[in-house]
Write a protein that binds this ligand. Sequence first.
Ligand code: SF4
Ligand code: SF4
Length: 216
Amino acid sequence: MKKSSEKIILTICYNNEETCDSCSLFGNLMCKLDHKDSIIFIWPFLTMIGLLTAGIVITRVKVGTPWWAIITFIGVYFLYMLFFFNIWESKILCSHCPFYIIDDSKILKCYANYGFLKTAKYNPAPISKSEQIQFLIGALLLFFIPITFLLIIQNFLFAGLVSLSTIIFFVNTMNTSCKKCPNFSCILNRVPEEWKEEYFKKNELMKKAWEESKQK
Ligand code: SF4
Ligand code: SF4
């Protein structure tokens, strides 16, 4: 497929000959890798990690939180993130997304989870209800685990600030990324119907899988 710029290498259109310049979705749907999309998505999450770190350091300095408690928390949280991004979310959310097969490498390339492993088999059919609920639970745990730890070590100010950053994360994501993300069956997705219809014309595999799922 021809591209409008030499910088654009990977897109989620892989079975049409249309150029991006003549496509009505150009600049609307998030259909190629763009670092601006990553920055817009990630800043509230990084803010949360910064607040969490500051909260732990301040509590350690002020009241001497034991090292074993801090190390245990960091270990548990790190392992949970590894599991969530590489295995759980990969199966219940990302394996249904066109970004999952933007190329044939084992490393995911998309605006949100760039660099994580593709451990599931690509599935162009819509995400099931059970997977949608699992995704919500898994995503909320990413924030509730740090909040719980800050409450346990009685840093209520930073527990509140991390809670606020959680709200900001979801409000920001739903008002930016979710309005243009091609994983249409995600529970948070808010792409207009007409854009979905237009994209299905460019992705026969996904269109067929969605039609078949409606017939079940
Ligand atoms: S939907 Fe496909 S053709 Fe249209 S702008 Fe995106 S990558 Fe280009
Ligand atoms: S855009 Fe979202 S759903 Fe798609 S692969 Fe990336 S993180 Fe997963």
